[in-house]
Design a protein around this ligand. Sequence first.
Ligand code: GSH
Length: 275
Amino acid sequence: MSADNSIIFYDIASGPPLRTFAANPWKTRFALNFKGVPYKTEWYNMPDITALRERLGVPANRTLPDGTPYHTLPVYQDNTKGILLGDSFEIALRLDEAYPGPPSLFRPSTIGLTAAFNAHVDGLFTKFASGLCVNMPLNPDALEASIAIFVKRAGLKSADEMGLSSEEHEKTLVSFEAALGELAKAYRHTGGTTDYFWRSGGTHKAQSQRPPTGREGAQPFLDGDSPAYSDFIVGAWLKMFEESTKPEDWQRIKSWQGGLWGKVVEALGPWTEIK
Ligand SMILES: N[C@@H](CCC(=O)N[C@@H](CS)C(=O)NCC(=O)O)C(=O)O
């Protein structure tokens, strides 16, 4: 594939150095890098996303509770193939079509399952993001306007009302660990039904179960030795938490479940290039 500027990936601008931090753009960046597509990133500040999508003619794919359109990134534009898409999952599907594998993002007959997994993982992490992602590296040039968007969306009077007390913060981390413990079961290839794998204690029956020989440790990929799109879905959220939580919180998160989440982020390292 020749490198030119005809494929554009629109991502949310951070402060310098420009880097991806939001989860859904991370899914697309992982997917593009994995497929080896020669793209160029164009960065937009959060308050400018609506105008960008309107200019490109990409309708919003999310809706706020009051019914107003909620414009988001990523957007993917391939001028050579006439593709213009504004949803990370649709982009991943289209990439496998436009650039038939290998490598493929989707294993055979797993599109529906992966879509359901995507919704599940989005729901899991979203529940904890507003309380824990307090260090988002938003572009300082657009900081005030970006915070105003969050405040309005949350129905608050001011940014002072955002944030958790230290007690709420600790409780949030404890329930996040439990939620990720549930997800960790999927990495063990054991049927994924017991708490044994991530928490000591529990019922005798649960404790007496053991992973099959040779599969005692969690692997960083969900299925096999190489990633599929599902791995990038989880990895995208982990990258967002790595970049946007307090450093001491990220140190805790990545150590949970025997250090699984740190290992997942590390294993996805080859596909994190910012182009
Ligand atoms: N279903 C969309 C969701 C995209 C989405 O929610 N993007 C977030 C970043 S993770 C966004 O652009 N937020 C802008 C904002 O909050 O104003 C997708 O998968 O692309």
